[in-house]
Each structure stands twice: as C-alpha cells, then as structure tokens.
Design a protein around this ligand. Structure first.
Ligand SMILES: Cc1cc2nc3c(=O)[nH]c(=O)nc-3n(C[C@H](O)[C@H](O)[C@H](O)COP(=O)(O)OP(=O)(O)OC[C@H]3O[C@@H](n4cnc5c(N)ncnc54)[C@H](O)[C@@H]3O)c2cc1C
Length: 425
C-alpha cells in the first residue's frame, strides 16, 4: 500500500499536518511514525501556548501576513482559554526606562497534565478518522527517488513524507539531510540558564503567566512556569555518542496544589561567522564542558554564592538563607561561571540585574541558576518552495528543522506543509 502521507513525529508539527490534510482530504491515508512509546512529543511538557506573532515563529520563514491566518485557524480548532493579564503597563513602563521591552502575548496554559489529556483527545480523534499511529517505530532512512521510507520495522511507500522529529531529532535530521543531499546551514544558537525562585520573589507571574522580556544583547526571558513548577533535565546524545543534559522547565495545571516556585530561562542568541561552521558542534562543546564541571549533570548555583564568586555546595543548600529546595535536586551544586563563556554570562547577568529592577526580589541570594539550557533549533534547510519542501515530496518542519520554536509555530508549520502537499496533488 502507498500512503498519501507518512508523517515522522507525533509532536505538534506532525499533528498539524495530519489534521490539516484531513480537513481538506478526509479520505487521506496517513501513517504517523513515532519513535517514542507514547505520542505527541513536546505537547507533553507544560503546554503553554503563545497566540501572538512572532512568539514561536522564526522570522526567516514567517511574517505576520503568512503566520496569523494559521494561528487563527489553530485557535479556532483548539479553542484555548486565554489567560488574563494585569498591571502589564506598570511593568512595561519600568522596563522601558532601562532599555527593556515587555512583549504583550496572548497565552493559554494547560500544564503537563492538561497537555496529556489534550494529546489523548487529539490522537483518539485521528485514529477514529483512520490515521495509523505507529508508536515505537522510527524513520531510519529515505529513498526520495522511489518515494520509499525505511523504518525501524518495515519499508513503506509514500506520496508525501513529512519529517518533524523535534529538537531531539536534530542530529537524525542532519544525517537525513546529508543522505538526501539537502543543503543546510546551522550558524546560530541560544545558550542560557534556567532561574528558579519563589513565586513571591518573581511576583509578576501572578499578573502575567509567561512574561516575555527582551533585553539588550539579544537576551530574553523564555518559558516561564509557575503554580506547580519544576525544573527538569533533557537527555541528549552528541554526535560523538556522549550523553549530555540541557535543563528545561514545566508546570502542572491549576488543578494541582501550587509548590510556590517559579522557573524561567534567560537565553542569549548568537549567530556565528567563519570559522565556526556549526552551532551544534559549538553547543555540544559547551555542554560537554558543563558536564565536566558538573560530574555528568547540569550545574546549579545560588545567586548568593555567585555574587561572592564561590561555588555552591550541597551543605550550603540547607543554609537558613537558602529557603527552598531545588526541584532538580539531581543537578550538581557548583560554579556555573566555570562553564559559561563570558559573552553569554555577561549578557545574562546584566539582564538579571535589569529584571531585578523591574520585578524586585528575583535576585534574592536563594535564587538558583541552572546551567546549561541550550536550544538547538538552528537547522536551516534550503527549501524548494514556501511549504517547507526540501527534496521531491519530502517536507522538513517543526523545531528540528528550524521552522518553529514552540507549540503553535510547530503546528502552523504542519498546516503549511499540508497545503504544499495538497497543492502538488
Ligand atoms: C520541558 C519542555 C517544556 C516546553 N514547554 C513549552 C511550552 O510550554 N510552550 C511551547 O510553546 N513550547 C514548549 N516547549 C517546546 C515545544 O515542546 C516544541 O516547540 C514543540 O514540541 C516542537 O514541536 P515538533 O512537532 O517540532 O517536535 P516535538 O514535539 O519534539 O515532536 C517530535 C517527535 O518526533 C519523534 N521523533 C524524533 N525522531 C524520530 C524518528 N526518527 N522517527 C519517528 N519519530 C521521531 C519524537 O519522539 C517526538 O515525539 C517545551 C519543550 C520542553 C522540552
């Protein structure tokens, strides 16, 4: 049998493709390959959705005109509950005085538990509409000439192939692009830390769930979580086969009892010029330095110790001043400045000081900085058309292919690829 479309990855980009294809062609034969035991990739984490362009939409591929119609269609489909914001003008004025911009973003938040319920509903609906979802089955290779995909279990024929493997599939995608002779560049990177503190000390979260501050030097806050919030570590395998971790954060829905904590990232973006050719190589080098400094785990350091220029120790975590336990207790107490290049650390520290002026309290000695938080979404394939087709009937989308940086952008990439597929039929 030949599938009308084989989709690799059941994250929001893959789901976006499937639903958009079914909307126009309800009888489409669709196979979704998912290497995980469970479905739907990044929708399982926190699931806060940003509904204001350009959050989550890389400007290399999107502008307001082409993104907003997808956002509107998706909002109509998912019908999210948009969160209220209060006192935004007060924070924005304070920020503006010191050269910082506060973006006003429409947001919804399902939480990790709410995201899982959404996934169940969406995947059930797809299966009822005849889509095959093959869990624990990975795309391994592709022969674009014969339109054949080799999976970890079989060979399948397709009319269109959509590859949306997410950030963890970054390396897989690069290898696939090489084998399909798809040109790509990878010259930028986001590196930063995750900050964890009490909700009292970052009280803006009571007014604005995920406040997006833009600081000078391409530095920004990103992915704020509160309520029942946790810092987590994601495991990655480098090209050379070594394991490294990047931190991240998520929160449960409002149904869970709050733990009184907040976490958010501060990231700085850098674009490289010659002779650095690969953002991924650079990121892996940084991550390996962090693993060396942290004994194979991410590092954590209290602000109080950082200010005094000394490492945090496990014993000091119990000090009376240090009045909350790290949620990522597995991280190694240490000295993040041993591992972060000055270009990133200086911008991040300057930004934190500005943030403490806007929301006084965030730089309390007990506040924790975790490192590394590295975002690899800089694969930039050379596309053949505006629908993200990169080889004959092969579409590369989502965070792994650099066409999105968040749930709504990933879903919109899938809708756009689906339009390309339909337009070629
Ligand atoms: C802890 C955490 C919290 C986050 N919180 C938010 C948030 O609140 N809001 C937000 O907008 N974004 C958030 N993100 C980012 C968001 O998850 C991503 O932007 C989004 O999921 C990208 O969608 P995607 O479909 O491109 O990839 P993914 O969602 O990552 O899905 C890719 C899927 O492809 C599968 N896969 C990979 N390789 C293969 C292969 N070879 N064969 C078959 N399957 C494969 C993977 O198992 C995965 O399920 C968070 C991410 C993390 C890690």
């Amino acid at each position: 049998m030949t599938y009308d479309c084989v989709i690799t990855g059941s994250g929001p980009a893959g789901l976006g493709t499937a639903f958009a294809l079914l909307e126009k062609k309800p009888k489409s034969k669709i196979l979704i390959l998912e290497s995980g035991e469970v479905s739907s990739g990044g929708l399982r984490n926190d699931c806060k959705m940003n509904w204001t362009f350009p959050i989550g939409f890389p400007l290399d591929y999107w502008n307001e005109k082409n993104a907003v119609p997808y956002l509107q269609r998706l909002e109509h489909f998912l019908n999210p509950l948009i969160l209220e914001k209060d006192n935004v003008e007060v924070y924005a004025r304070r920020a503006g005085r010191i050269g910082v911009t506060l973006l006003r973003v429409r947001q919804a938040h399902l939480g990790t538990d709410g995201g899982i319920l959404l996934i169940k509903r969406l995947t059930k609906e797809l299966e009822e509409r005849g889509v095959e979802i093959a869990l624990a089955e990975s795309l391994v290779n592709v022969d674009a000439d014969s339109h054949t995909a080799q999976t970890s279990k079989r060979e399948v024929k397709y009319k269109a192939l959509v590859v949306a493997p997410g950030r963890r599939g970054f390396d897989f995608l690069r290898n696939l692009m090489k084998s399909l002779k798809i040109e790509f560049s990878d010259n930028s990177i986001d590196v930063g830390i995750r900050v964890e503190t009490t909700a009292e000390r970052y009280s803006i979260v009571r007014d604005y769930y995920d406040p997006k501050f833009l600081f000078p030097e391409s530095t920004r806050t990103f992915c704020t979580n509160s309520g029942n919030a946790h810092v987590v570590q994601e495991k990655y395998l480098s090209k050379s086969g070594t394991t490294y971790y990047s931190v991240n954060g998520h929160a449960f829905s409002q149904n869970r009892t709050p733990n009184g904590l907040v976490n958010f990232a501060i990231l700085r973006s850098v674009s490289f010029t010659e002779p650095i050719a690969s953002g991924q190589d650079y990121a892996e080098y940084l991550a390996s330095l962090a693993m060396l400094s942290g004994g194979g785990k991410p590092l954590m350091q209290r602000i109080g110790d950082f200010r005094l220029g000394r490492r945090t120790t496990r014993n000091a975590l119990n000090d009376d001043l240090y009045d909350f336990k790290p949620t990522l207790n597995d991280a190694t107490p240490g000295d993040i400045s041993l591992a972060i290049p000055a270009k990133f650390l200086n911008s991040i520290w300057k930004s934190l000081k500005k943030l403490d002026t806007i929301v006084p309290g965030v730089l309390h000695p007990a506040t924790i900085m975790y490192y590394p938080e590295i975002k690899l979404y800089a694969n930039k394939p050379v596309f053949i058309n505006e629908f993200f087709m990169a080889a004959c009937d092969v579409y590369l989308i989502g965070d792994g292919a650099g066409t999105s940086r968040g749930i709504t952008g990933a879903w919109a990439s899938g809708m756009r690829a689906a339009e390309g597929i339909i337009s070629r039929e």
